[in-house]
Design a protein around this ligand. Structure first.
Ligand SMILES: [Mn+2]
Length: 397
């Protein structure tokens, strides 16, 4: 029995930009490297957004469909908290794919998220607080999946679900959350700790975190699956190449060869900062695809010095690398500029996200205790009647 595992492909990330194909190249390589497996597990954030445009959805669907052309002896034999009629027999051809949805794909329960849409299309099996048991040449594998929920509810959802290992099977538990000590964003603190995972599973898979790690946990092993491509860049991601994993009782990591190399440098600001960056850039090998060169600069810019033109530097070397220079610099006249840039960056949020943020702020003030995300989705869909009923307590969520 061989199970392929990967996570956080973020298909559609930076679509139309220089790195716009990277996510699809990574998914394609992940599927191709899974052709000798009996089952494929995806631990959430297959897509980069909740409503991917048709070009992105179709491209992703087409890549996934390749797994259906490879014959296997994998059979679905049992389901817990999942309806058989929701699974198309088409999804059981070839190497079946089981996926949970992640934070980037989450929509309210009244709506179809893109992972559910792929399930409707017969391309995969979607789990949320449910279990699918497979038979592979007489061996049983039970996949237990909890999709991404807002961090503040995650602990409750997990304990209410209370998954139990299936006897006589290899038991794999897959979730997509921050789990202390694996925290994706300190602004969104976790409500699950590693020790809160239920006992008795062979493998615990954690999506959401874009760097990778594995270590013993309880009766088994935890795999922090990491992402298959670079999105926002995190220092921990520099430690290992982007990979998929294969599990047959033990874990094997299979590096993705087509992902970009990444180079990470940190400098303190000084008068010769530009030549320092240039010399680092000049030393990079000329390779395809172009590597990503990240520079983090911190320190204080003396009053008499003008700020070097870093974007000129990024452009000048754009033939050789994708250069990302980020600054944490202090200088009086800079403060205002930085504030403006931050505001501009904020404006890159989609109108939906902007709206959600405003609604969140307003509801925080009235302290009404309603689920903001769900309410916002309903607003977007013009379901004002539902909201009104919720507000006057006529209908429970
Ligand atoms: Mn992610």
């Amino acid at each position: 029995m061989k199970v392929s595992i990967f996570s956080d492909c973020h298909c559609g990330f930076a679509y139309g930009e220089e790195r716009g194909e990277d996510s699809f190249i990574a998914l394609n390589e992940s599927i191709e490297k899974s052709m000798d497996s009996d089952l494929i597990l995806i631990a959430g954030d297959l897509f980069d957004s909740r409503v991917p445009r048709p070009e992105i959805f179709a491209k992703t669907a087409r890549i996934l469909s390749k797994a259906q052309h490879i014959p296997t002896n994998t059979k679905l034999v049992d389901l817990v908290n999942k309806r058989k009629e929701d699974i198309s027999p088409l999804a059981l051809r070839g190497v079946p794919i089981v996926s949970i949805h992640g934070t980037h794909e989450r929509r309210t329960k009244y709506m179809v998220n893109p992972i559910q849409a792929l399930e409707h299309a017969g391309l995969l099996i979607h789990l949320h607080c449910g279990t699918a048991v497979f038979d592979v040449n007489g061996e049983k594998v039970a996949v237990h999946g909890m999709s991404g929920v807002p961090e503040r509810y995650a602990g409750d959802v997990l304990s209410r679900w209370n998954p139990r290992p299936i006897e006589g099977a290899k038991n794999i538990l897959m979730i997509h959350q921050s789990v202390d000590p694996y925290i994706y964003s300190p602004l969104d603190p976790p409500t699950i700790k590693l020790e809160d995972f239920p006992d008795g599973f062979d493998l615990y898979i954690l999506g959401h975190i874009h760097w990778t790690e594995q270590k013993p946990l309880k009766s088994g092993t935890i795999l922090v699956a990491g992402s298959t491509t670079y999105t926002s860049l995190h220092k921990h991601e520099m430690n290992a190449k982007k990979s998929i994993y294969k599990y047959d009782g033990s874990l094997l990591s299979i590096p993705l060869e087509k992902q970009r190399n990444i180079y990470w440098s940190e400098f303190d600001f000084s008068s010769d900062i530009v030549p320092m960056i240039e010399s680092k850039l000049n030393s990079l090998p000329n390779i395809e695809p172009k590597p990503i060169a990240v520079f983090k600069i911190k320190g204080i810019v003396p009053k008499e010095m003008t700020m070097p033109n870093f974007s000129e530097l990024e452009n000048r070397y754009s033939g050789k690398a994708i250069v990302k220079i980020t600054k944490k610099l202090k200088a009086e006249k800079l403060e205002e500029q930085i504030e403006l840039i931050n505001k501009l960056r904020e404006q890159k949020l989609s109108p939906e996200e902007q709206g959600l943020r405003i609604l969140q702020e307003n509801l925080k003030q009235v302290n009404c205790g309603l689920n903001v995300e769900e309410m916002f989705e309903m607003l977007v869909n013009g379901e004002t009647e539902n909201i009104y009923n919720l507000l006057i307590g006529k209908k429970s969520e």
